[in-house]
Design a protein around this ligand. Sequence first.
Ligand SMILES: *Cc1c(COP(=O)(O)O)cnc(C)c1O
Length: 422
Amino acid sequence: MKNYDTICIQGGYEPKDTEPRTLPIVQSTTFVFDKPEDMAELFDLTRSGSFYSRIGNPTLDALEKKIVALDGGVGALATSSGMSATLMAVLNVCSAGDHIVSTSTVYGGTYNLFAVTLPKLGIFCTFVDPNAPSEEIEKAINDDTKLIFGETVANPANVVLDFDKFATISKKYGIMFMVDNTLATPVLCAPIDFGADVVVYSSTKYLEGHAGTIGGLVVDAGKFDFTGNERYPEFNEPDESYHGLVYSKDCGNLAYIIKLRVQLMRDMGMIMSPFTAYLTHLGMETLSLRMKKHGDNAKEIATVLGKSPLVEWIFYPTQEGSSEFERSQKYLNGNTGVIAFGVKGGRENAVKFIENLKLIKQVTHIADIRSCALHPASTTHRQLSEESLKNAGIPSNMIRLSVGCENVSDLLADIEQALVKM
Ligand SMILES: *Cc1c(COP(=O)(O)O)cnc(C)c1O
């Protein structure tokens, strides 16, 4: 296993003689070159460096190197949000007429992107039950399928992805396997080790970790071989917008990530700001410390909730007895930080519970250092009927609790008084 503590703290920015100890924020749109030939080398991809911050910037570069070191990929790209990371990662292999197979339990924003917005661009998605047998998932694949997509730990359903099943199907059909690793982070799961070709993140969550800034990351494992694969003509034919570059031939195992940067980021411009990259890189220095504390606290709280006479049900993947427990032991290196549970007394008591909380605040966010809670049925999913809530796996008494790094006794005291006062 990798030494995550050290990579989190020292990976990415590695200063040389006389350079600043901490990562500088390079707040400049553009960079100076003495001779046209020098700049031309960057356009020809024969020299690395920055010339314009939409394509690359030294602060972003350090953050990209840190996530690559943690995930074990070959390259990464920092984007303006988690949603833009997923959108760009998909558009890098899909155009009009293409098709995606995705698990149905993906994050709500991703679900809408795949179900509503991408179809307007001619890209269609078939959603599959993450726990369906392989034969059923394979039935969803067709000649235009370019991607199989899933989430390591689904937000908010808390389902742990069956990596072996999805990776085996992807290999069998020569289709890219893309994983959203936001809720697990590289500290809890290394999707590339379990067969993922591309990993995407909302760095807004645990990576930056302090609810300070929105951002995203795309990581390329460098393992997918596009050469001669007829599903991916864009990688095997000359890119006329980049003086005839053939990505699979000219970029080797960096084909995916180079195309993402020099073609899609150039044209779409959903780049992260240097200040966000600085905050995210800084936040990631304590990622492994925080994940341990989030997990320890959540596990303890889940155990107490599991025994409470005021709690009807609890869904926490790394708890013994959970339907996800076996997979969580196989794929996760520790306890997760988000708990879903249902209070007794239905919707009414769920609302009261949220109102009674003092230390734990109600926010539409998860995975930052401060504990927070949400009642999905009356907020994020309030447009759904009682019936549709059930179908979406969101009972009306469900509370989503994102456990922070505070002292666990203080959190338990807050939860207990909020339950008792319902
Ligand atoms: C929040 C989230 C996203 C979207 O990220 P933004 O940074 O808010 O755009 C995507 N996937 C998962 C699993 C998330 O939790």
